[in-house]
Write a protein that binds this ligand. Structure first.
Ligand code: IPE
Ligand code: IPE
Ligand code: MG
Length: 238
């Protein structure tokens, strides 16, 4: 791995918890618990490498339609697995994107306290996407822009891709350089659709609970072997 070319922003679709548990004859929630351990491992590894933003798809708006016992197990896990020590020890600040007001009050409280207590950390920023979906986020941005136009704070002609991006929940971060999806599925499942326009995509079969440092480094090495052209020719970018 080239330590001078670590992606600034890595986004991850943490998939495969349920299948990992099923393989072991256990309940799906057992897989989510194991997955929470992997979050700590990967957050520490990313911070150590100097990654600036780590954005983790934790719960999609579509995931609300799962059986209610699984949804409550996930909500409980959120309250119980936010370990501030790990953030403090690794100089990580914590943020969330998504429909946070839809989450149970105890979850909101524990998220808010973690955000507040880690705000001064200036190493990596770890972002959980919670009750998040990309189409929801883009629709909200469109509504906000429409309100500003209606209030005559902005003209229609001023709207461009920068204005739209600045109204997304991710406006405080650069776009992901690398998007990783574990668990073998080859789709984006409504995650960061706008932001990943030019991200390098990496898919692997490993279920999220088994995705440890080695697998993470392998994804970064793969990324470092890519040529990012952004529409230009190879000659132009070299
Ligand atoms: C990802 O694992 C975690 C969430 C979506 C909350 P899954 O729960 O989707 O696991 P699989 O894909 O069913 O194995
Ligand atoms: C995507 O995984 C959402 C998260 C990882 C939080 P899903 O398991 O919900 O995605 P689909 O249903 O397979 O597309
Ligand atoms: Mg899944």
């Amino acid at each position: 791995m080239d330590l001078d070319r670590i992606p600034q922003h890595i986004a991850i679709i943490m998939d495969g918890n349920g299948r990992w548990a099923k393989q072991r004859g256990k309940e799906r929630s057992f897989g989510h618990q194991a997955g929470a351990e992997t979050v700590h491992t990967i957050a520490e590894a990313a911070a150590r490498l100097g990654v600036k933003y780590l954005t983790l798809y934790t719960f999609s708006i579509e995931n609300w339609d799962r059986p209610s016992d699984e949804v409550s197990a996930l909500m409980n896990l959120l309250v119980n697995s936010l370990e501030e020590e790990i953030f403090l020890k690794n100089n990580i600040s914590f943020r969330v994107i998504g429909e946070i007001d839809k989450l149970p009050a105890d979850v909101q409280n524990s998220l808010n306290s973690c955000i507040k207590n880690t705000a001064h950390n200036d190493g990596m920023c770890m972002v959980l996407a919670l009750s998040y979906s990309s189409r929801w986020e883009i629709t909200e941005a469109a509504k906000q822009i429409a309100r500003e136009v209606q209030a005559e704070k902005m003209s229609v002609d001023a709207i461009d891709s920068h204005i739209l991006a600045s109204h997304l929940r991710t406006s405080f971060m650069p776009d992901p350089d690398l998007l990783i999806r574990t668990g073998g599925e080859l789709r984006l499942s409504n995650y960061l659709l706008w932001q990943c326009a030019y991200s390098e995509l990496y898919f692997c079969d490993t279920f999220w609970p088994d995705f440890k440092e080695e697998a993470f480094y392998k994804a970064i090495e793969d990324y470092q072997g890519r040529e990012r052209r952004f529409g230009k020719t190879s000659e132009q970018v070299n």
